[in-house]
Design a protein around this ligand. Structure first.
Ligand code: SF4
Length: 342
């Protein structure tokens, strides 16, 4: 498969004024009709039929549409964002809570699955709705109402065996720098927390989110922060994203990436190898390649394990070991991820 580099105008490259990421985050497409019009597609070209009435509605920043090839209903970036009728198929084994997270919630807004680590669900908001999302049915309202983060912070204060906190959601980088700063300040006051990790897909769809204010927050001498990006395809590593990742790396942030292996999107050795190359050029190391979590509505993205292992072997043949992500699956109730190929 050849990857056509789409012409993308970046404000940085042209020396224009850099826009506020919040304005870009609010500049959304939420309707199938507009999406198809913007991408020169007819709804009847969409495999499975476009679905304008999904309970997990279409949501994509216009900024991301710059990366999608117009007129191509099979574009791998389009497939990640376009709600289709295939999501309505009931498939045995696929359910609303594939990782059984409701059993690992000691207090609202906090998940404790693995030794020494806890995950904070800091928001239910996302910059983009990814059709394969394993939390697409997550009951955010139960976790984020009332005192918001306080119960989770109180739990963390008591649990001195926890040394790493992971900010997740939803997407934590949809929060303003001010809100994020307040949360980081509260976490920094807990002396047993030694590592801070943030998982986010927002920079992939809005690279401008990696702004100076965020870089200043993450450069705190309190800890060395790790940002785990969620990019799935080499075309998502735009020049604007790469430039901002490199700047964050120069500021001392550790940058990793985890991808989900998705049929029709990146189940292709060339795509995955190109993704690792592009990440490395941006100063980001490939970390995990995840097998899909069995969430209802996403079964059409599943790649069989045997095929996944073959793809991983092809990556090992093409790339140095440090650019080969671990192929893994998360199993409900397991004490760690299950590595299918390392
Ligand atoms: S950004 Fe992450 S949490 Fe939000 S929809 Fe996408 S995969 Fe799900």
């Amino acid at each position: 498969m050849a990857f056509k580099k789409l012409a993308m105008i970046t404000q940085e490259a042209d020396g224009w004024q850099v826009p506020d990421w919040r304005r870009l985050q609010a500049d959304l497409v939420t309707g199938v009709g507009e999406l198809c019009e913007r991408l020169s597609l007819r709804p009847d070209q969409i495999p499975g039929g476009a679905d304008d009435d999904s309970a997990f509605p279409l949501r994509v920043p216009r900024r991301y549409l710059d990366l999608i090839e117009p007129g191509n209903p099979d574009d791998p970036l389009l497939l990640q964002i376009l709600a289709t009728g295939r999501e309505r198929e009931a498939v045995p084994g696929y359910n609303a809570d594939p990782l059984d997270e409701s059993r690992h919630t000691p207090v609202p807004g906090l998940l404790h699955k693995y030794h020494g680590r806890a995950l904070l669900v800091v928001t239910g908001a996302c910059a983009v709705h990814c059709r394969y999302c394993f939390r697409r049915h997550f009951p955010y309202q139960e976790h984020l109402s009332g005192g918001r983060w306080q119960q989770a912070l109180d739990w963390l204060a008591r649990r001195t065996d926890i040394n790493e906190v992971i900010l997740s959601g939803g997407d934590p980088l949809t929060l303003s720098n001010r809100r994020l700063g307040e949360l980081l300040e509260a976490l920094a006051a807990l002396p047993h927390l030694r590592r801070l990790r943030i998982h986010s897909r927002t920079p992939v769809v809005i690279p401008e989110r990696l702004d100076e204010g965020l870089a200043a927050l993450l450069a705190s001498p309190r800890w060395r922060a790790t940002l785990v990006l969620h990019a799935n395809h080499p075309r998502e590593i735009s020049p604007a994203l790469a430039e901002r990742c490199r700047a964050l790396g120069r500021g001392g942030v550790t940058l990793l990436n985890q991808s989900v292996l998705l049929a029709g999107v990146n189940d292709d050795a060339e795509a995955l190898a190109s993704l690792s190359d592009a990440l490395f050029e941006a100063g980001v190391l490939p970390y995990y390649l995840h097998q899909l979590d069995a969430v209802a509505g996403a079964a059409h993205f599943a790649v069989p394990d045997a095929r996944a292992r073959d793809l991983h072997a092809a990556l090992r043949d093409r790339l140095p070991g440090f650019l080969v992500p671990r192929l893994a699956r998360e199993e409900p109730g397991a004490g760690s991820k299950t590595v299918l190929a390392g």
